[in-house]
Design a protein around this ligand. Sequence first.
Ligand code: NAD
Length: 358
Amino acid sequence: MLERIDVTVASKHYPIYIGKDLLNQSHLIIQHLSARQIMIVTNSSVAPYYLSKLQAQLHDYQCDTLILPDGEAYKTLETLATIFTHLIEHRHHRDTTLIALGGGVIGDLTGFAAACYMRGVDYLQIPTTLLAQVDAAIGGKTAVNHPQAKNLIGAFYQPNAVIIDVTTLSSLPEREFKAGLAEVIKYGLIADATFFNWLELHIDNILARDPATLTHLIKVCCQIKANLVAQDERDKGLRRLLNLGHTFAHALETGLGYGCYLHGEAVAVGLCLAAEVSQLLSNFPYSDILRIKQLIAKIGLPIALPNTLSIKQLLSLMTNDKKAKLSNLTLILLKSIGLAYCEHNVDYQWLYNYLKCK
Ligand SMILES: NC(=O)c1ccc[n+]([C@@H]2O[C@H](COP(=O)([O-])OP(=O)(O)OC[C@H]3O[C@@H](n4cnc5c(N)ncnc54)[C@H](O)[C@@H]3O)[C@@H](O)[C@H]2O)c1
């Protein structure tokens, strides 16, 4: 079954298609191409699985391909220059279309290249990780990293369409799949209690990667993200609710060193901490903290801070986080499952004492 969600922002209206074997459905892709030139950007891990399948749908086009090395380490200005060089060498015009085939790294790079090349060309997102399918490919945030900070250089630039083939998740490594589920749980927590209940009930089918179950799961997440993006494209208000657990997670990733925890694993711990702080600051029920921890633990994601990082280190990294302000922190917290809010002025010393004693 083919599902469709629409994203509407001031600059654009575009569809997200979700379903099984969509890479075989050429019309879905072709209807969003503006001319006969295309460049597929992918990486060395994803290409062996899906590149030829995609190319087979595009045989009537000038279809160039760029296969980048795999990894966050390549989400840089240097790689961006490689994409531009490839486009110039293959004489791509203003009406070319770039296609991002891969996870969030490929999506962010390709989207930013599309935003810049000839002052903006079209692009499609074909995300192949769970994280990219429920989050990174939607909403038009594109970026590369600077040696001093992640995602610092980028643009808001929406794709022409997002094509989510849930079948691609069958080759995703187990750890990456589970890490993506932390972001899925986050959507239930911030905006949809019914979806959270559904996750609890269907967790076995989800972990078995049943395509129909995944199609529903991804559809709900995309709808929630599309609603938030429609109301706040530039991330100035409501869209920040998507950062639930992330201030803790970013500090954890930095403190432990990148590569120790996957982003989703750090988010899982961050969600548990945010729920615990919510219990004290907004009467979030203790029984719901237990539900969150049970679901996260069932997936096999961490639910507590590792003892290799002190509370002091964690909090000092949190106040350096770009979302934090001096000694007081702004945190996204929960009033109930399905209802997140922004809590300003969480006192640093209070939080330190709380985390230290718990
Ligand atoms: N733009 C946004 O709104 C947004 C939101 C969240 C995250 N991000 C960015 O996304 C990136 C993380 O994305 P990610 O978690 O997808 O990481 P990733 O792109 O590095 O992919 C994870 C790993 O899975 C491999 N892979 C991808 N698809 C596969 C498949 N179907 N089968 C087998 N292997 C596959 C990749 O090659 C990689 O090794 C970060 O750079 C982050 O900053 C962006």
